[in-house]
Design a protein around this ligand. Sequence first.
Ligand SMILES: C[S@@+](CC[C@H](N)C(=O)[O-])C[C@H]1O[C@@H](n2cnc3c(N)ncnc32)[C@H](O)[C@@H]1O
Length: 259
Amino acid sequence: MARALARDPVETLLYAPEVVAHQLFDRQFAYQVEEDWGPSLHHVLGLEWPCLECSGYQQVWNRIEADLDEKGLSVGRWTYGEYSDADASLGAAVWCAVRHLSPATVVETGVARGVTSRLVLEAMSLNEGGHLWSVDLPHPLRPELHAETGAAVPEGLHDRWTYVRGSSRRRLPSLVAQLGQVDLFIHDSLHTGRNMRFEMGTVWPALRGGGVMLVDDVDNQSFADFLGRAGQPESLVLRAADGPWMFGMVRKPQRSAGT
Ligand SMILES: C[S@@+](CC[C@H](N)C(=O)[O-])C[C@H]1O[C@@H](n2cnc3c(N)ncnc32)[C@H](O)[C@@H]1O
């Protein structure tokens, strides 16, 4: 912690209240969970299931695993300190959201080795359109992991990608103001209730009607709180492919007041 303070005092001081609030206030919340991500997510998008995009997704997922393996990196839980790569269900939800909605502007928070970033960029490449902005603070306490940042994203996909280094607390509000409108938002950064509330509340007013937010690791109460404040838009809590973890999906109504 002392070394982190010396290296980056601003980000380290922003991190401290997250840790304290997490210890004091975050509790497990009993969400009603859909065990199979596919049918319900496609229903919310107004699309048929089974979905023809799934075989393309599987090929890309396999390539990501192979590419990371070649670099000596495995894909899974707790591979980047206490942070995890996207699981295969969140990955599929990201893939389908980009392929089906063809978003022009995607914002994500949390890159680590870049599994979700790669999926968005591969899907955009097939769509022949769109740009991804990724806000990411490389692990604040483990500088030896920083070289792994974005390892899953090959050079050939960088033209549609803007990596914004820094915490979402510092970087997200100005990015969203600059972009004006967001078509798809993916939260996968710091999963404290305080930070999740902050990110969802920052992006929601700029999310276009019909746009989607995917929110990883919704085990605390912040996703439910957010939905309440937003007037209970259509939403789902979906099960991860590799265990008891959950991620959320919320679709903004076509006409909606901000939170
Ligand atoms: C769960 S990992 C991201 C996994 C990635 N989406 C994937 O699928 O491979 C979380 C990432 O968010 C970063 N992070 C932690 N706190 C952050 C913050 N306050 N703002 C932005 N990024 C943060 C971590 O250092 C890490 O790179």
